[in-house]
Design a protein around this ligand. Structure first.
Ligand SMILES: O=C(O)CCC(=O)C(=O)O
Ligand SMILES: [Fe+2]
Length: 288
C-alpha cells in the first residue's frame, strides 16, 4: 500500500464509492498466481448468461487452486479497509467470493450493477459488501477494465437519477480496485486482441449468505489446512449470537483431529447479550 495509504484509501472509498490501491500485492505473487491459474482458465468453459457473459470464463475456489491466493485474500491493508466499512454492521466479516474472471476479445460491456443486489432487504443504512478486483493482466480501457460509477453509492448515490460518467479502472497487476456493494460498476467490453484476467475477492457482513458457497468450496478436509484466521474468514466461525453453528458449537470444531461424535451446545453471545440475560436472570449484583 505504498502510494495511497490505508487512511486515504478509506476516505476515497467512503466519498467516491471506490479506490485503487497501488502496489497492494508483490509482482512475483501475481505472476505465480497467474501461472497456477493459466491451465485452469484454459480448461474452464465459457460462462452463459447476459450477466456472466458468453465470452467470459469464471471459476471459484481460488484457495484450492493456488497457494498464492491466500496472500491476496488476507492482505492486511485490504482486510482493514473491509473491516472499517463493514465492521459497524456485523460482529465479523466473511469471505464472500474469490473468483477468477477471464474476459475474451469480443465480450460486450457488462450490465452496470450494484453487487449488493444479490441480497434482498432494504439497503442504504450500511454497506453489505466490499469487493476487490485484482488485475492479473494489465487492465486497460480497451481490454475490459472494470468501469466504476463514482458517487453512485450509499443512500444518496442510489437515489440519484443520473450517474456520472464511469471511471475506467485502468491499472497494473499488483493494484487492488476496491468498491462498495452499493457502487454501480461493471466489466468493460474487450475490444483488444488479448484476454483480460482478474480476480474478484469480496468481503461481506458475516451474517449474510455468502455469494460463493465456501463450505462446499472448502470442506473441512480442505479447510483444516488453513490458518485459524483464514478458516474463520471462509466460514469456520460463528457470528455471535450462535449463527452458523455446528451442533451448537463453532464449526471450527470440524477442523480438529478428533471430532467428538456428540457435542453439547454452547452459547456464543456478544458481551452485551450476556450482560442483558444475566441481568434479566438476576445474576448481576447491583453496584453498592
Ligand atoms: O470483471 C469485472 O471487471 C467486474 C465483474 C463484476 O462486476 C461482477 O461479475 O459482478
Ligand atoms: Fe459486480
Amino acid at each position: 500500500m505504498s502510494l495511497a495509504g490505508p487512511d486515504s484509501s478509506l476516505t476515497q472509498l467512503l466519498e467516491q464509492g471506490y479506490c485503487v490501491v497501488k502496489d497492494a500485492a508483490a509482482p512475483a505473487t501475481i505472476a505465480a498466481l497467474e501461472a497456477d491459474l493459466a491451465p485452469i482458465f484454459d480448461a474452464t468453459p465459457f460462462g452463459q448468461g447476459h450477466f456472466y457473459g458468453f465470452r467470459t470464463k469464471r471459476f471459484g475456489s481460488l484457495l484450492k487452486r493456488s497457494p498464492h491466493a491466500r496472500s491476496l485474500i488476507m492482505a492486511p491493508g485490504i482486510l482493514a479497509l473491509a473491516d472499517a466499512i463493514l465492521g459497524e454492521a456485523c460482529d465479523r466479516i466473511q469471505l464472500n467470493v474469490a473468483q477468477a474472471i477471464e474476459i475474451h476479445p469480443g465480450e460486450r460491456e457488462q450490465f452496470a450493477h450494484r453487487d449488493h443486489d444479490m441480497w434482498a432487504g432494504v439497503k442504504g443504512s450500511h454497506e453489505f459488501l466490499v469487493n476487490v478486483m485484482w488485475p492479473l493482466t494489465r487492465f486497460t480501457a480497451v481490454n475490459g477494465a472494470t468501469r466504476i460509477y463514482p458517487r453512485s453509492h450509499g443512500k444518496a448515490g442510489m437515489a440519484r437519477q443520473d450517474l456520472d460518467e464511469p471511471v475506467v479502472a485502468a491499472c497494473e497487476p499488483g493494484s487492488a480496485i476496491c468498491f462498495l456493494g452499493s457502487t454501480a460498476h461493471g466489466a468493460g467490453a474487450n475490444r483488444s486482441q488479448g484476454v483480460r484476467r482478474g480476480l474478484v475477492v469480496g468481503y461481506s457482513l458475516g451474517w449474510l449468505k455468502p455469494y460463493e458457497n465456501n463450505w462446499l468450496a472448502y470442506p473441512p478436509a480442505v479447510a483444516r489446512h488453513f490458518s485459524p484466521d483464514l478458516a474463520a474468514l471462509v466460514g469456520y466461525s460463528q457470528h455471535r449470537p450462535n449463527l452458523g453453528n455446528y451442533e451448537g458449537q463453532c464449526p471450527s470444531v470440524l477442523l480438529r483431529d478428533d471430532v467428538p461424535e456428540h457435542l453439547g451446545a454452547v452459547d456464543a453471545l456478544r458481551p452485551d447479550q450476556e450482560a442483558m440475560i444475566e441481568e434479566a436472570l438476576g445474576l448481576v449484583t447491583a453496584p453498592l
